[in-house]
Unconditional design. Structure first.
Length: 351
């Protein structure tokens, strides 16, 4: 490698990284991965990378990733530095965000997990309206999954699965299921897994995180009509469109502390949730550690970390989503996720 080439590579690695986000977009029917600058400009990663490699043939050739999950898996195989170079050199070729259709940043996560009642005040508000009392006494160890400490007053973590069929993008409509009139909101910080995670020690859990995005965990509080086997998470969480995700992913190097982020939910102009991620009961690394002790996490998997207080079902009188509402989830430094709310289509009609 020539001295000039070495100098270029050293510049790309040593220059202060320009902050960026990552997203999946559609333009004229073509899906593309985009590097997002200032939440308003988008660099087509594949096109800009090809141009950069032509300009600097002495640089390592990197094949463009096919989708976000592949980009995440290859991030530490040269793509971290390449994206930094694109952010610095390719900004002039960026398109206006408004000219692109935003898609979920990860269109088909293999596994989506959500934390239940993982904020102190949300746990309190849910319990006030619960038919059964809160657990009393200290939690019990869950061998092989969560080792409870004698000095830890918290109940054990609680995660549930959310289907990827529920995923929609920023700007797409939350559809209220026919006959269901108790549909609630939950604005959540979502963790994006960066590499295969199987029984990850707690002290190393942060190393397995790629970045952060937003998930609106839309929730059906209407129940299943009977009390069989307790809560029904399929009915409560799995309807189509019940997992707005995005709009973008912020790589973890641009999030100094995920436990110190303001989080808000605004319903049709009215502030409903206003909290901070420091109110989580179990932290981001603890949730990654716990989840990896149950199932193997893979690049692009998502763990939503729970909702703060302020949900509609806990209000007196309750407030639920209705057609015509606009749901806005905001998290400091991560982004804003906006979705209109519409009625379900007529039976047998187009969706």
């Amino acid at each position: 490698m020539t001295g000039i080439a070495l100098g270029l590579v050293s510049w790309a690695l040593a220059a202060a990284p320009a902050p960026f986000k990552l997203g999946t977009f559609e333009r004229q029917g073509r899906v593309l991965l985009g590097l997002v600058l200032e939440d308003r400009r988008v660099i087509d990663i594949a096109a800009a990378n090809a141009a950069l490699q032509k300009k600097h043939p002495e640089w390592k050739t990197l094949a463009a990733p096919a989708d976000m999950k592949e980009l995440i898996a290859r991030y530490d195989q040269g793509w971290r530095q390449r994206l930094q170079a694109l952010a610095q050199e390719g900004a002039g070729a960026a398109a206006d965000l408004a000219s692109l259709k935003v898609r979920p940043p990860i269109t088909d996560p293999e596994t989506m997990l959500n934390a239940a009642v993982n904020y102190v005040e949300h746990g309190n508000e849910i319990q006030r309206g619960a038919a059964t009392p809160a657990p009393s006494g200290p939690p019990q160890p869950a061998p092989g999954i969560w080792q409870w400490r004698a000095d830890d007053p918290r109940q054990n973590p609680y995660l549930f699965l959310k289907p990827r069929t529920a995923v929609i993008a920023d700007g797409e409509a939350i559809r209220l299921p026919a006959g269901r009139d108790r549909i609630d909101w939950e604005c959540e910080l979502a963790v994006v897994i960066g590499r295969r995670a199987d029984h990850v020690p707690l002290e190393k859990a942060a190393d397995y995180i790629f970045g952060y995005t937003l998930e609106h965990d839309v929730s059906d509080r209407g129940g299943r009509g009977d009390a069989r086997h307790g809560s029904d998470w399929l009915v409560g969480k799995a309807h189509d469109t019940f997992a707005p995700l995005g709009p973008f992913i912020v790589p973890r190097e641009f999030v100094p502390d995920p436990q110190k982020l303001g989080i808000q939910f605004v319903l049709s102009g009215t502030l409903m949730q206003d909290s901070n991620t420091d109110r989580m009961t179990h932290t981001v690394p603890e949730l990654v550690h716990y989840a990896s002790n149950i199932l193997t996490l893979r690049p692009g998997d998502v763990i939503a970390t729970g909702s703060p207080a302020g949900v509609g079902s806990a209000r007196n009188p309750p407030i639920f989503l209705k057609p015509g509402d606009v749901a806005v989830c905001r998290i400091e430094g991560i982004g804003t996720l906006t979705n209109p709310v519409v009625a379900a289509p007529a039976a047998g009609g187009p969706r």
